[in-house]
Design a protein around this ligand. Structure first.
Ligand code: HEM
Ligand SMILES: *[C@@H]1O[C@H](CO)[C@@H](O)[C@H](O)[C@H]1NC(C)=O
Length: 494
């Protein structure tokens, strides 16, 4: 009994020492970080954040700690930003301060700070400006990106017709066609749908996206310091991404062999031209590392995001057949059944636009956002974030904010329509994030979503194998990304 009491006192003493130590460390090194749950030394806030459904846990914490708080991912403090106003204040009003790319431990070893999506500072600015220019130039070339999407959508429709209305699992139908759009830009050509190497690549995309969203990857975000030395799934993901990089290396070799600076064919060629121009500059960012990683960033981000959104959207339209019917009605009125949908139709189709917005909102593809880091000592809302502090801009907290959306958890296209049925913008609609690091492919993505959704619905209705009311729309994994659940569907020709 006595011994037990002494032990308890001893424990309590230890614990208070630790708490004091942590509080001291936080004010000392961390300047004045926002408040948050008390971490366990080294283990951080794993008890509060968990490693499954971390986004939901963070949303719960924000109820207690407000719209700006600190959590410890293992030993590492991360400042969490919640709600549209907070995100705008940080990412837009203090855009430069918050423009760095934060740690993504599960893939950092593959990229090591190279490539447009993972770089920070001057390197990122140079790669971002260059990538945007090339994407824009392709839109104005002889053959516009829009035509390329229309053609590719045509190939998808052919494939769907071949299914003759039998049940299929749609993942690769969608990723093959979407991937070919960005492939035309970065590699100068599309892949044949039967191409074995292409299919292997898309399987790797699917797997890496899902693996990054599993609980082990969330645990890795906290304890990469130790876990990188242990066997397990992290090795598998690392190898997958290295394989994807090898594929790009091969593509670059092929380009180099037939390279003609007078006639650049694709993103890789334009990058090679820059490398040639700057070959005497030892500090140039136009080097092989950045070529390979940036090309992979565009290829991967350009494939998985749009194809997952299409896959989620089709599921939602299957669950809500009345919405699907209304979109079809609008297509019939504005486009008819013979002409291929084009971007000119968009402004005449407010209902369809509202539905696509609502699909992006509900898909909430990266609920925690992609991590940022402050690029210098930063004052924010009375707190002080030292240079190098990681930041999670919770995009989902804006997309599901009750202040901005009447039924935040419900698929409700009227969120984007006014009383007269006209399209209504919403400032909290930020699925592509906001500010300086806003998705580089936003306009390409919007074009693809409009042309694919309208083309598919113009030709097919979606038929579910279970009654619509029973369709479960909760994601099969939701760590880094919300991955749509597994489902089967019949595409029935109209
Ligand atoms: C539904 C489609 C898409 C969604 C919802 C989406 C969303 C996002 C989000 C949330 C970010 C992180 C922004 C941040 O750091 O705050 C991002 C970054 C990025 N996206 Fe997208 N994206 C989509 C499609 C695309 C496409 C088609 C491309 C192809 C060009 C692309 C290329 C990129 C790149 C390169 C970045 C990194 C930008 C940077 O770090 O500066 N995305 N995207
Ligand atoms: C995508 O990858 C996951 C994880 O490895 C796997 O379970 C799933 O079957 C894949 N999807 C398809 C359609 O093959």
């Amino acid at each position: 009994m006595e011994l037990q009491g002494a032990f308890t006192i001893f424990l309590a003493l230890c614990l208070s020492c630790l708490i004091i130590l942590i509080a001291w460390k936080r004010t000392n090194k961390g300047g004045k970080l926002p408040p948050g749950p008390t971490p366990i030394p080294f283990l951080g806030n794993v008890l509060q954040v968990g490693f499954d459904e971390t986004y939901q846990s963070l949303m719960k914490l924000s109820k207690k700690y407000g719209s700006v708080f600190t959590i410890y991912m293992g030993p590492r403090p991360v400042v969490v930003l919640c709600g549209y106003d907070t995100l705008k204040e940080a990412l837009v009003d203090q855009g430069d301060d918050f423009s760095g790319r934060g740690e993504i431990p599960s893939i950092d070893r593959n990229f090591q700070g190279y490539g447009v999506a993972m770089a920070s500072g001057e390197r990122w600015k140079i790669l971002r400006r260059f990538s945007l220019t090339i994407l824009r130039d392709f839109g104005m070339g002889k053959r516009s990106i829009e035509e390329r999407i229309q053609e590719e959508a045509g190939f998808l429709l052919q494939e769907l017709r071949k299914t003759k209305g039998a049940p299929i699992e749609p993942t690769f139908f969608l990723s093959r066609t979407v991937s070919n759009v960005i492939s035309s830009i970065v590699f100068g050509s599309r892949f044949d749908y039967e191409d074995k190497q292409f299919q292997a690549l898309l399987r790797m995309f699917n797997e890496s996206f899902i693996e990054m969203s599993r609980p082990w990857a969330q645990l890795y975000d906290m304890y990469s310091g130790i876990m990188q030395y242990l066997p397990g799934k992290q090795k598998y993901l690392y190898n997958l991404i290295e394989e994807l990089k090898d594929f790009i290396v091969q593509k670059v070799k092929i380009n180099e062999a037939s390279f003609d600076p007078q006639n650049p064919r694709d993103f890789i060629d334009y990058f090679l031209i820059k490398m040639q121009q700057e070959k005497n500059n030892p500090n140039t960012e136009f080097n092989t590392q950045n070529l390979i990683t940036t090309t992979l960033n565009l290829f991967f981000a350009g494939t998985e995001s749009v194809s997952s959104t299409l896959r989620y959207g089709i599921l939602l339209l299957m669950k809500y057949p009345d919405v699907q019917a209304k979109v079809y009605e609008e297509i019939s009125q504005v486009i008819g059944s013979h002409r291929v949908p084009s971007m000119n139709d968009q402004s005449k189709m407010p209902y369809t636009e509202a539905v696509i917005h609502e699909i992006l909102r509900m898909t909430n593809i990266v609920p925690k956002g992609v991590p940022h880091v402050v690029t210098r000592d930063t004052h924010f809302r009375g707190y002080f974030l030292p240079k190098g502090t990681d930041v999670y801009p919770l995009i989902g907290s804006a997309l599901q904010e009750a202040k901005h959306f009447r039924y935040p958890d419900t698929f409700y296209p009227q969120h984007f329509l006014d009383e007269q049925g006209r399209f209504k913008k919403n400032e909290a609609f930020i699925p592509f994030s906001s500010g300086k690091r806003i998705c580089l492919g936003e306009s390409l993505a919007r074009m693809e979503l409009f042309i694919y959704f309208t083309s598919i619905i113009q030709s097919f209705s979606f038929c579910s194998l279970v009654p619509p009311a029973e369709i479960d729309i909760s994601p099969q994994a939701s760590g880094f990304a919300n991955i749509p659940p597994f489902y089967k569907i019949c595409f029935v020709a109209r």
